[in-house]
Design a protein around this ligand. Structure first.
Ligand SMILES: [Zn+2]
Length: 269
């Protein structure tokens, strides 16, 4: 990746540097933590994705070699046939959402602890889910209108994210429930303390792409197993629009170079 010269940012970065010196740095959406009241990164302008690796306190990981999202090119993936999933989704029939927050970057639902995924004999606890409009990952160059990230955390500051694409079509019952707590103003949080069957968020066919990447928001930590479901779920145009209006325009990071990584496609037979 070609790094831009700091000089190009000029006074803008100096001001950002001064700002961050006097502000408290809080981690990103993808870690399930609250953001600072005034975002020190954004999806636009001098604090936008192409400059994240230059904003020092965010960490240099954003300029790393194993970043996310990526464009998945199916004919370049290695195919793996499975009779059962090689990871285990343990979502209760009635998973409780603790709260929903508009953190200025996305709409994020945080879960009460208890649900988890087992991958490679390691437990990853479900923390939160949030949305990108349009999608961050592209498949064969196609960008879906919406991508849902279900973020799970392991024991060693490592993560597993289930990525679910959504296309426009029939309305989704789970989305109807989720969106009944909207709208929310930036930085507004609502206690939900109600639950629903998270399994309803998953596509009918569970074929998935697997690769090692990063958080797609600062600090862009490179210890994330990405499970990107190949088949989209369906949500209505109105359901996409209800989220879109509450999030920054185009709250996605552009595709990152694959470099030496391999993407596998797991087909469930
Ligand atoms: Zn995300």
């Amino acid at each position: 990746m070609i790094r831009r010269s700091r000089l190009k940012l000029g006074i803008g970065v100096s001001l950002i540097a001064i700002f961050v010196m006097i502000s408290i740095s809080l981690p990103s959406d993808d870690q399930g933590q609250p953001s600072s009241p005034t975002p020190e990164w954004s999806y636009d302008g001098e604090t936008g994705p192409e400059y994240w690796d230059e904003i020092e306190h965010l960490g240099s990981a954003c300029g790393g070699e194993h970043q996310s999202p990526i464009n998945i090119i199916e004919c370049f993936t290695e195919n793996v046939k499975e009779t059962v999933l090689n990871f285990e989704i343990n979502y209760a029939p009635y998973t409780k959402i603790h709260d929903v927050l508009n953190n200025g970057h996305t709409i994020q639902y945080s879960f009460e602890r208890g649900d988890f995924v087992i991958y490679n004999n390691e437990r990853f606890d479900l923390l939160q889910m949030h949305f990108h409009e349009p999608a961050e990952h592209t498949v064969n160059g196609i960008r879906y209108p919406l991508e849902l990230h279900m973020v799970h955390q392991g024991k060693h500051d490592n993560f597993l994210v289930l990525s679910i694409m959504a296309q426009e079509g029939l309305s989704s019952e789970p989305f109807q429930f989720l969106e009944s707590y909207l709208p929310l103003q930036p930085q507004e949080k609502k206690v939900v303390h109600a639950g629903y069957d998270l399994n309803q968020n998953l596509p009918d066919i569970l074929d998935y792409f697997l690769y090692a990447g990063s958080l797609t928001t600062p600090p862009c930590t490179e210890s994330v197993e990405w499970i990107v479901f190949k088949h989209p779920i369906t949500v209505s145009h109105e359901q996409v629009a209800a989220l879109k209006v509450l999030m920054p325009t185009n709250n996605y990071r552009l595709k990152q170079d694959l470099n030496d990584r391999t993407v596998t496609l797991h087909v469930i037979e």
